[in-house]
Design a protein around this ligand. Structure first.
Ligand code: FES
Length: 106
């Protein structure tokens, strides 16, 4: 499946991601600026915050209580489509997902 990362300045980068790899891990593996992933994917840092474009939101897995709480601590304002990208493992259903990167992660 493919993920497209959209920077705050509008720059886009699409990468092919092995199934099961999270959107956060794929960003780090591919040198995408704007995702930090400080806690390594444990839903404990909110430096992997992304805004999921609406057409893909429904295909994303449900949010855990930990993710929900952590998003309140994100450096850039939380929105209705905010998710922690470390909680988004890639699946066929998420193929083509587009995520916008926040202005800052910390
Ligand atoms: Fe820390 Fe996602 S990497 S919450």
């Amino acid at each position: 499946p493919t993920v497209t990362y959209v920077s705050p300045d509008g720059t886009e980068r699409s990468v092919a991601v092995p199934p099961g790899t999270t959107v956060m891990e794929a960003a780090l593996d591919n040198g995408i600026d704007g995702i930090v992933g400080e806690c390594g994917g444990a839903a404990m840092c909110a430096t992997c915050h992304v805004y999921v474009e609406s057409e893909h939101l429904a295909a994303a897995p449900p949010m855990t209580v930990d993710e929900d709480a952590m998003l309140d601590e994100a450096s850039s304002a939380r929105a209705g489509n905010s998710r922690l990208s470390c909680q988004l493992p890639m699946t066929a259903e998420l193929d083509g997902i587009r995520v916008r990167l926040p202005e800052r992660q910390r």
